[in-house]
Each structure stands twice: as structure tokens, then as C-alpha cells.
Ligand binder design. Structure first.
Ligand code: AMP
Ligand code: MG
Length: 496
């Protein structure tokens, strides 16, 4: 096929701010076309964020554009270089091995960059094929939008485009391209890259780019680079708290998958907590259990220390650099985590004993392993006063050991009584903090199986449900169920 041509379209001014950096930061190259691309799913919410004309979504050009076969006007496609620590070990140069940053646009909703993932090889592909398969693209698409629906900071996804083009993984699968949308895709590893090569000038250029483009307020600080590091640290702490609160497990928290903007980035072998186990490993390739649910906040801090080391040539003072993490991360995480947990538990205001009660609650969940999402949703239905077992049935039914459930409930009610709140208001607030619907692996798998057979309706239906995960939506009740037996052996692992 020929190289992509730009398509004349009436779009908001499109440019590539990352391309304003010197060419050492990336390689300019066009996406590689896919034969006969078709639309698998579109997030209309993201199309609206970008201000895409509605008629484009229905036109045959849409699939051509987001397969990388045609270019949006003003595109300056490029693949960026970065490095990183993978599973705790320095991995050297990585980079966008299968991502093309097309450019971005600024509108009244913010600054949005558009990236195609799976549109062919780049100089950073390291021998791999530059492609993504339908299965992993649907997972990334759905989870990006599910996390946005949950209110968790994340990169977004505009669409999945498929093609009957074979891609070899463990078996032959078909290719797909997912279009990711975010204010920016700069990673911790983007900084580590230049620090590891002892290139302070590029390090500073990158930091200046991030500050000027995303965090202009850092300019006013005595040391803008220290202010940026503190900002990343604080946002990362808040992000970890949010992940823990919704039971999200990223699965591959390598420093190249950590966003400098505090967004959830790079959806691969992620999972949502089902039967509670703080030691759950969602990534089949994570043999050591480095990225378990309970380890996530510690790993994020470890990753921040890697970033801090990269920032040292900019901040220059070792203590100040370390303090930028130590004085921000723990506090940001703990405050946000307590805030989320209070909301989940229906606690109107804090008391000094909340940390202990939250700890007791996690111990109780660990011992009895109810489904994490159903537990908190069911709790949101319960009366604040003990009125007998039938009223508590939604929660008690999740336990084999009902007496243990009753004992915990008695503690919960005693705690509620310390900061009284009428039931109706509390229950509504709890429903707004405890999603009914999360992207369980079995739901994604069910949609993927149908999609592989050419039926995309389940992907679209799931997307529609996950848009409003805190609403009852009785028409999607089937998505709130415990995993069926066939799902017990599902495994997901790294790059696909
Ligand atoms: P990930 O584990 O998906 O975060 O990827 C780690 C690195 O491998 C990144 O540099 C990716 O761009 C690269 N990579 C993963 N899968 C592929 C692929 N199929 N083709 C080219 N590069 C890839
Ligand atoms: Mg990655």
C-alpha cells in the first residue's frame, strides 16, 4: 500500500507539540497502512472531547484515518524514545515500538494528543512487529474508558480499528489499532533515558517542555524542576490511592509505563480485584509477584525514586531531590486513600481511629475473600441501624461465614454512629463511591470472543455500561455478576 495521505477535514487546529522538541527525542515516520480496516468500536465521548465532526464517525474514512492509512491534516507522526526499569531491572532503551504520535489539538476541554498504537514498526520496535492484536486492543480501549467512567485519571481511547491482517502471537491472531488520547504521553522512562546517557541538556529540554506545556505553575517555584518532581510525586500518590480504591491492578508498573502527568498509562495485563486477595497477581508473566495489588503503592514510590535519580542533574542537590518524593508521596497517598475509603464505607467525617478501622476492614476482606466490588456495593444498601439479618442479606450472602460478617457489621455500625448521617444520603454517597460495574476479566473476554467471530456488539454494549459504573442500570445487571466457572482459568500476560 502507498504511504498515507492527509485527508482534508474541518478539524480544530492540529499540531504536534512534542515535535517542537529536537529530533533526538523521536523519529519521524508514518504509520504503516492496514488492508481493509473496519471499525470495531468508537468512544463517542472521546470523539466529542476532540471535537471530531459527527459525520466523520459514520464515514468510511474513519477507519482509514485511525488505522493510519490516511492522516489527519496537520499530523506530524513520530515515535518517541524512552528507556526504563522493567521488573526492577534497568532495561536500557525502549521507546514507542508500536505507537505513532500523530499530533494534538487544544480546545476548550484541554490539550489532547492522539496516538495510534499498533500501526507498525518503528526504530524502537526491537525486533518485534509493531502491531497489536484485536484482543489486547479491545482490552486497552475498554479499560481506558472504564477508568474514565470511574473517575480515575487515565489516557483515553477514541476507537479500535481492526483488520483481517494476520499477526503472530502464541497463535495467529488479527491486527488492530487503538487510538489513544491524552494530554501527553511522557513517561518516567523518558527522563531516565537522558539521565542514563549523561545528557543534561536533553534532560532539561524535556523538563522544560513538560513544565511549559502541562505545568506552567512550576515556573514560579524557586526550583521549577523540583516543583515538577513534587507534582509528579503527589499525583502518583493520589493515582495509587484511586487504583486501590477501585481494586485496579495495573500488572506491569515498569517505569516506562508510568505517566509524568499522573495518568493510568499502558493497559496490558491489568485486572480488577474480584475475590479479595491483596497478594493477587494479575499478570501471568509476573513470576515474583512484584506488581500485586498490595505492592502497587510501594512500587510507585520505587519508580518515583528512579525518576528522582534522573532529576538529580536538574535539581542538583541530592537531599532536596529525595525530599521531593519523601515529603509528598506518602502523605498524598495516605490522605487520598483514607478519603476514598471513608467514602466507600459511608463515613461522613473522619475520626482518629479510621486508619485502624480501615486496616481491620482489609484484614477482614483478606480472611473471607468476598468479591471486592460487590462487597462495597452491597454495603451501600444496608441500613445504618441493625434491624436484623434480612436487611443485611445483600452483604451477608457474599460470605460463607455469616457470623464473621455480622461481627464486622457491628463494628461498622458503631463507627457510623460516631459521625451520624441519615441512611438515604449516606447510601447515595456510598453508591457514588462504590461502582456496581468494573471491567472484570471475564466481561472483557466475553466481548473479545464475540469480536474475534466478527460480532462487535458486546464491546459496544460493555462500553455503554462502563460509562456510568456508579448507576444501577438494570439493563446491564448481567455485568455485575460474579465470574462464571469458565472464567476461572483466564490468564493475561505482557505485550500482545
Ligand atoms: P509494554 O510491556 O507493552 O509496556 O512494552 C514494552 C516495550 O516493548 C515498549 O517499548 C513497547 O513499545 C515495546 N513493544 C511491545 N510490544 C511490541 C510490538 N508488538 N512491537 C513493537 N514493540 C513492542
Ligand atoms: Mg509500555
Amino acid at each position: 500500500m502507498n504511504a498515507p495521505e492527509s485527508l482534508p477535514l474541518d478539524l480544530p487546529a492540529f499540531d504536534n507539540s512534542f515535535a517542537s522538541l529536537p529530533e533526538t527525542f523521536y523519529t519521524r515516520l508514518a504509520p504503516q497502512p492496514l488492508p481493509d480496516p473496519y471499525v470495531v468500536a468508537i468512544s463517542e465521548e472521546v470523539a466529542e472531547l476532540l471535537g471530531l465532526p459527527p459525520e466523520l464517525l459514520a464515514s468510511p474514512q474513519f477507519a482509514e484515518l485511525f488505522a493510519g492509512n490516511r492522516l489527519l491534516p496537520g499530523s506530524a507522526p513520530l515515535a518517541a524514545v524512552y528507556s526504563g526499569h522493567q521488573f526492577g531491572v534497568w532495561a536500557g532503551q525502549l521507546g514507542d515500538g508500536r505507537a505513532h504520535l500523530l499530533g494534538g489539538l487544544r480546545n476548550d476541554q484541554g490539550h489532547w494528543e492522539i496516538q495510534l498504537k499498533g500501526a507498525g514498526r518503528t526504530p524502537y520496535s526491537r525486533g518485534a512487529d509493531g502491531r497489536a492484536v484485536l484482543r489486547s486492543s479491545i482490552r486497552e480501549f475498554l479499560c481506558s474508558e472504564a477508568m474514565a467512567g470511574l473517575g480515575v485519571p487515565t489516557t483515553r481511547a477514541l476507537c479500535v480499528i481492526g483488520a483481517d491482517y494476520p499477526v503472530r502471537r502464541e497463535e495467529i491472531e488479527t491486527a488492530a489499532v487503538v487510538t489513544r488520547v491524552a494530554p501527553g504521553f511522557v513517561r518516567f522512562g523518558s527522563f531516565e533515558h537522558w539521565a542514563s546517557r549523561d545528557r543534561p541538556q536533553e534532560l532539561q529540554q524535556l523538563a522544560d517542555y513538560v513544565i511549559d506545556t502541562f505545568r506552567p505553575e512550576c515556573r514560579d517555584a524557586a526550583n521549577p524542576y523540583e516543583a515538577l518532581l513534587r507534582d509528579v510525586s503527589r499525583r502518583t500518590g493520589e493515582l495509587m490511592a484511586h487504583w486501590m480504591a477501585v481494586g485496579f491492578m495495573h500488572g506491569v508498573m515498569n517505569t516506562d509505563n508510568m505517566s509524568i502527568l499522573g495518568l493510568t498509562l499502558d493497559y496490558g495485563p491489568f485486572g480488577f480485584m474480584e475475590a479479595f486477595d491483596a497478594g493477587h497477581i494479575c499478570n501471568h508473566s509476573d513470576h515474583q509477584g512484584r506488581y500485586t495489588y498490595r505492592n502497587q503503592p510501594h512500587v510507585a514510590q520505587w519508580n518515583l525514586y528512579c525518576l528522582a535519580e534522573a532529576f538529580l542533574p536538574l535539581i542538583k542537590r541530592p537531599k532536596q531531590t529525595r525530599d521531593a518524593i519523601d515529603e509528598t508521596y506518602g502523605e498524598a497517598f495516605e490522605n487520598a486513600f483514607e478519603r476514598h475509603m471513608r467514602a466507600k464505607l459511608g463515613l461522613r467525617a473522619g475520626t482518629d481511629d479510621d486508619e485502624a478501622f480501615i486496616g481491620e476492614t482489609f484484614g477482614f476482606l483478606q480472611q473471607h475473600r468476598p468479591d471486592f466490588t460487590l462487597f462495597f456495593r452491597a454495603l451501600s444498601k444496608l441500613p445504618g441501624e441493625a434491624v436484623g439479618a434480612p436487611a443485611d442479606a445483600p452483604l451477608r450472602d457474599l460470605f460463607v461465614d455469616r457470623a464473621a460478617c455480622d461481627a464486622w457489621l457491628a463494628h461498622w455500625r458503631a463507627r457510623l454512629a460516631q459521625t451520624p448521617w441519615n441512611d438515604a444520603e449516606r447510601q447515595a454517597a456510598m453508591r457514588a463511591a462504590n461502582p456496581k460495574y468494573v471491567l472484570r476479566n471475564w466481561l472483557a473476554e466475553q466481548a473479545i470472543r464475540k469480536a474475534k467471530a466478527g460480532d462487535f456488539s458486546e464491546v459496544r454494549r460493555l462500553l455503554a455500561c462502563l460509562r456510568q459504573p456508579y448507576d444501577e442500570q438494570p439493563e446491564y445487571e448481567d455485568y455485575a455478576a460474579l465470574p462464571p466457572d469458565w472464567a476461572s482459568g483466564l490468564e493475561v500476560s505482557c505485550s500482545s
